[in-house]
Design a binder for this molecule. Sequence first.
Ligand SMILES: *[C@@H]1O[C@H](CO)[C@@H](O)[C@H](O)[C@H]1NC(C)=O
Ligand SMILES: *[C@@H]1O[C@H](CO)[C@@H](O)[C@H](O)[C@H]1NC(C)=O
Ligand SMILES: *[C@@H]1O[C@H](CO)[C@@H](O)[C@H](O)[C@H]1NC(C)=O
Length: 225
Amino acid sequence: MRMWWFITILAITAFICNFPAYAYDNNPLQDICVAVNDSQASVFMNGKMCKDPKLATANDFYFSGLNVSGNEVPGFGISAKIVGVNNMPGLNTLGISLGRADLEPQRIVPLHTHPRATEMITILEGTVYAGFLLPDPANFFKSRLFSKILNPGDVFVFPIGLIHFQYNMGNKKATCLFYFNSQNPGLLLIPNSIFASKPPVPDDVLAKGFQLNKTQIAQLRKKFS
Ligand SMILES: *[C@@H]1O[C@H](CO)[C@@H](O)[C@H](O)[C@H]1NC(C)=O
Ligand SMILES: *[C@@H]1O[C@H](CO)[C@@H](O)[C@H](O)[C@H]1NC(C)=O
Ligand SMILES: *[C@@H]1O[C@H](CO)[C@@H](O)[C@H](O)[C@H]1NC(C)=O
């Protein structure tokens, strides 16, 4: 009986807390909300401050340059370019963003999550092995891997918050476009978050958590520092 009360209250609290607490990409309450940094030129706030709609121009809703690859992420063999609210201010509050990634052969976008967005990718060039991990609701110590080998024209979706990866398994460059249902999807690279935090997660915590010894943890830290 007690247990049921506890679960019911937990469920109600989770429900209430889920409601207004997050700055989610809500359905906008206005047609447009072009982001500005200048509070003097703004009218109301929802995500970022909005430009007075009378001052909005077509360029606020325009981006050019996905025909070329983005900046290389040093050491990863990945180039990425994001079309987000910072370079397309008209995206503000619309709950969407887009990017282009170019992966060198045999390189990987390591296990990562986007805490605020579902991601869809479509391959333009090359062959990419992509997958995500779904926790098993019947056994939290296990998960299921959903994965596919993707060729040009293929589309794959990574559900919101789930850990996923993209690996260029081919021997030429792979290019893909990726879409998020958020203007600010967030990015959490699992290995780097764990092994390159500041201050570091204590050795004991990592060694026990990963069932490794401290020498092995030190080796992993070195790779991600
Ligand atoms: C990419 O597109 C821009 C804008 O249309 C154009 O100026 C540029 O020449 C294009 N670059 C390539 C490599 O196609
Ligand atoms: C607002 O400021 C950020 C951070 O300084 C910058 O990256 C962005 O380009 C600016 N956005 C606009 C619309 O001016
Ligand atoms: C840590 O584990 C590795 C691999 O099992 C082993 O070779 C090494 O001797 C261990 N080091 C220590 C300090 O226990």
